[in-house]
Design a protein around this ligand. Sequence first.
Ligand SMILES: Nc1ncnc2c1ncn2[C@@H]1O[C@H](COP(=O)(O)OP(=O)(O)OP(=O)(O)O)[C@@H](O)[C@H]1O
Length: 123
Amino acid sequence: MSVQEKPPRKSGVAHFFAAASYSLAGLARLARESAFRQELGLIAGLLLLFVVLGASLPETLGLLGLGLLLIAIEALNTALEVLVDHLSPGWSAWAKEAKDLGSLAVACTIGLVLIYAGVILIW
Ligand SMILES: Nc1ncnc2c1ncn2[C@@H]1O[C@H](COP(=O)(O)OP(=O)(O)OP(=O)(O)O)[C@@H](O)[C@H]1O
């Protein structure tokens, strides 16, 4: 197996732009996950509902913030899945536990988004 060299460490402004390009690469990787695309649809649908039903700007920004949190948790869950799939190509109890825990983290965050939207739209 050939070992590829890591890109050299950067500092200052170069580090800022490098970090931004790594994040964009992460977003492109995340876009391949159907769970991410469904969560994006959920956030977009709720944002539309907020606008149509006349939610205030702070309420809408709150939803946007929770949507970003959901994307962050999904990104970490996907990173965990990538590592687990690499380390455990076959079935293993620890791989199941790790993936189930990641799945729970995503489910809790979706619950948080839905509770927030329910409180704003129904209360
Ligand atoms: N290598 C493994 N060993 C044991 N159980 C596994 C393994 N890979 C997956 N599982 C089990 O299957 C479930 C689904 O795993 P999968 O990799 O399909 O993720 P997923 O839940 O479909 O992820 P997502 O929906 O976020 O893409 C896991 O939560 C876990 O219970």
